[in-house]
Design a protein around this ligand. Structure first.
Ligand code: GTP
Ligand code: MG
Ligand code: ZN
Length: 344
C-alpha cells in the first residue's frame, strides 16, 4: 500500500505543532464499527481506540486528524470544524459525522419528497459546525421544470448557495466539483438514495462507491453506503461520502446557528416592541406582524419555534446528564475519602 502525502490530505503546520513527538500523524479515512482506516505517510492502517479512550467517551469521526502509536489512536488533534448530531435513538450522545471539513453539502433530491423543513434542520447543524453550508438539489432531470421547487428551497436557504445538479445529464456537476479546492475537504450529507455516491463516482471518474442499482424512486430510504468514507479526488481536494441519514437530531448547538438559519425571523424580532418578546401574543410584535402581512411564511415561524424547543430540550437533557455525572464522581470521591479515613 503506497503512502499518502499528508499535505494533499490537508495537513498543515498548526496540526504539526499539536502532535506530540513520537506519534505518527494520520487522517481517519473510514469509520467502521469499532475500527478506523487511517491514512499515514506509510500507507493506510487499520486502527482502534484503546479501551481507556473509548471509556472516556472520545469520539473519532471521518476526517479527524489523529496521532497513532502501536497501531492505536492515542489522540485526536484539535478540529477545525465538526458536524455533530445527537446519535439516533433516545440517548443524548454526540456523534461526529465528519471532522475538519471546509464545505458541507446538504443534499436533497428534487421531487415530491423535497422538504424545506428538513433543509432548515440541516442548516442549523451545519452553521454550528464551522464548515460552510451549501445546498445541493439532485436529479434535476426528473422534472420538466425544477425551478419552482428550487425557489422554495432558496426561500429557506438565506445566504447559502443552492446548486442544482443531475448526474444523468451532467448539469451542475462540474461547477459543484469546483467548490472543492486542492487541500480542502467537503462532505455530502442527506437522506438515503438522494444520489450522494453517484456524484462522488462521477467526480472520481470511476465506480468506487456502490450506488443503488435500480432507478426506482420509491426505493429511497434503504442505505447503499454503509460507512463514512474519505476519498481523494483527481486534481486535488477531498470528499467524505456518508450513509443516508434517517434523522438529523440536533446536538447542543449555539443559538447563533439558529439565528443564522432564521436570519429573516431574527431581523423582524429586532423590531419587536419588547426586547424579551416571545412572538406569541405581545402587542407590537414585528414577527407576528410579518406573518400577518405574509412577509414571513407561517410554517417558517412554526419551524423556528419547533427547533428552538428542541434545542432547549437537548440543553436540558444535557444538563441532567452532566449533573448525574457530577453526582457519580462526587459519590466516588466521598467513598474513596471514607475508605482512606478507615485505613488511617
Ligand atoms: N434520475 C436521476 N437518478 C439519479 C441521479 N443521481 C443518482 N440517481 C439514482 O439514485 C439512486 C441512488 O443513488 P445513490 O448515489 O446510491 O444514493 P446515495 O445518496 O449515495 O444513497 P445512500 O448511500 O443509501 O445514502 C441510484 O439509482 C442512482 O442511479 C440523478 O441525477 N438523476
Ligand atoms: Mg451512497
Ligand atoms: Zn415579537
Amino acid at each position: 500500500m503506497p503512502g499518502f502525502d499528508l499535505r494533499e490530505l490537508g495537513w498543515n503546520d498548526e496540526l504539526a505543532e499539536n502532535l506530540e513527538p513520537g506519534l505518527v500523524a494520520g487522517r481517519v479515512a473510514a469509520v467502521h464499527r469499532g475500527a478506523f482506516d487511517v491514512w499515514t505517510e506509510a500507507g493506510a492502517v487499520r486502527s482502534r481506540l484503546p479501551g481507556r479512550l473509548v471509556h472516556e467517551g472520545l469520539e473519532v469521526g471521518a476526517g479527524d486528524w489523529v496521532g497513532l502509536s502501536d497501531g492505536l489512536i492515542r489522540v485526536v488533534l484539535p478540529r477545525r470544524s465538526a458536524i455533530v448530531r445527537n446519535a439516533a435513538g433516545l440517548t443524548t450522545t454526540a456523534q461526529t459525522l465528519a471532522a475538519n471539513v471546509d464545505v458541507a453539502f446538504a443534499v436533497s433530491s428534487l421531487g415530491p419528497d423535497l422538504e424545506p423543513r428538513r433543509i432548515e434542520r440541516y442548516l442549523v447543524t451545519l452553521w454550528e459546525s464551522g464548515a460552510s453550508p451549501e445546498i445541493v438539489l439532485t436529479k434535476a432531470d426528473r422534472l420538466d421544470d425544477p425551478w419552482p421547487l428550487v425557489a422554495g428551497v432558496e426561500a429557506v436557504a438565506l445566504g447559502v448557495p443552492v446548486h442544482v445538479v443531475s448526474a444523468v445529464t451532467g448539469q451542475g456537476c462540474d461547477a459543484l466539483r469546483a467548490r472543492i479546492g486542492a487541500g480542502t475537504t467537503a462532505v455530502l450529507l442527506g437522506s438515503s438514495g438522494v444520489g450522494k455516491s453517484t456524484l462522488v463516482n462521477r467526480w472520481l471518474g470511476e465506480e468506487t462507491m456502490a450506488t443503488k442499482e435500480t432507478r426506482e424512486d420509491d426505493d429511497e430510504g434503504r442505505h447503499t453506503t454503509t460507512h463514512r468514507q474519505l476519498l481523494v479526488l483527481p486534481g486535488g481536494g477531498l470528499v467524505i461520502d456518508t450513509p443516508g441519514l434517517r434523522e438529523l437530531q440536533l446536538w447542543d448547538v449555539d443559538s447563533a446557528a439558529l439565528d443564522a438559519t432564521f436570519a429573516d425571523v431574527e431581523e423582524l424580532a429586532a423590531e419587536c416592541r419588547f426586547a424579551d418578546c416571545t412572538h406569541t401574543h405581545e402587542p407590537g410584535c414585528a414577527v407576528l406582524a410579518g406573518v400577518e402581512t405574509g412577509e414571513l411564511p407561517h410554517e417558517r415561524l412554526q419551524s423556528w419555534r419547533k427547533l428552538q424547543r428542541e434545542l432547549r430540550a437537548i440543553a436540558m437533557r444535557h444538563d441532567v446528564r452532566l449533573r448525574k455525572e457530577e453526582g457519580r464522581k462526587w459519590r466516588l470521591r466521598t467513598r474513596e475519602a471514607r475508605a482512606r479515613a478507615r485505613h488511617r
